[in-house]
Unconditional design. Structure first.
Length: 215
């Protein structure tokens, strides 16, 4: 992001991998003047720098357009609260801003569009689970994906163990051909978990090799 005129202010932002083949001058945050504070950029930050970093933000899965950050990111708890008056992050209701990355209590805002929340409510799904089938842990995981999807609301995450899961809700008609999964806005779904089935904030979730199939 190169700004050739004016005196902009850029706060609590991440500009990463913003490549330009014609000139590297457009890869970083480089206004002619202005204030750049509490930001992260891949190719340098010039002019008005204050509490910025050029360290990798460690996006969860940028190749899959998932620009959330893990607790281990240098951008977590690294912003400045005064520069943001929003109650929620870019996802809206249910996704609070200014959270402590360790406790989830009110704390310091993260750089970037997404706030990391260690207490994000989650449901677990594993077709082979033998516990209470209530989705509260891997031991007591739902054995069907539909059960978790029905129970989840905006702000929830659904973690799904490797395997094949079939819909049971009929939409628009009756019979097998009308059975489908109806996704919900604000519900994040992560699959292809490895044998240990341990969600890790810094894991490249979409690159795990064991497939989860919603058939």
């Amino acid at each position: 992001m190169s700004i050739s005129a004016g005196s902009p202010t850029v706060y609590n932002c991440i500009v990463w991998g913003n490549d330009n083949t014609s000139s590297t001058a457009y890869d970083d945050i480089s206004p002619v003047s202005g204030t750049i504070a509490y930001c992260c950029a891949s190719d340098g930050i010039t002019n008005g720098v204050n509490e910025c970093t050029t360290s990798n933000p460690s996006f969860i899965n940028s190749a899959g357009n998932d620009y959330r950050i893990p607790a281990s990111s240098p951008c977590a708890d690294a912003g400045f609260n005064t520069y943001c008056n929003e109650t929620y992050d870019i996802r809206g209701d249910g996704f609070a801003r200014k959270l402590n990355k360790t406790t989830g209590a009110t704390g310091t805002i993260d750089m970037g569009a997404y706030e990391y929340n260690v207490n994000m409510p989650s449901f677990y799904v594993d077709a082979d689970a033998t516990g209470n089938n209530n989705g509260t842990s891997w031991t007591d995981a739902y054995t069907t994906f539909q059960s978790a999807l029905t129970a989840a609301s905006a702000g929830y995450e659904i973690w799904v163990a490797a395997g094949t899961y079939y819909p049971s809700v009929e939409v628009g008609g009756t019979g097998d051909r009308y059975q489908t999964f109806q996704m919900k806005n604000g519900v994040s779904i992560y699959g292809a978990l490895p044998e240990a089935k341990v969600p890790q904030a810094n894991a490249q979730i979409m690159r795990w090799m064991e497939p989860t199939k919603l058939s």
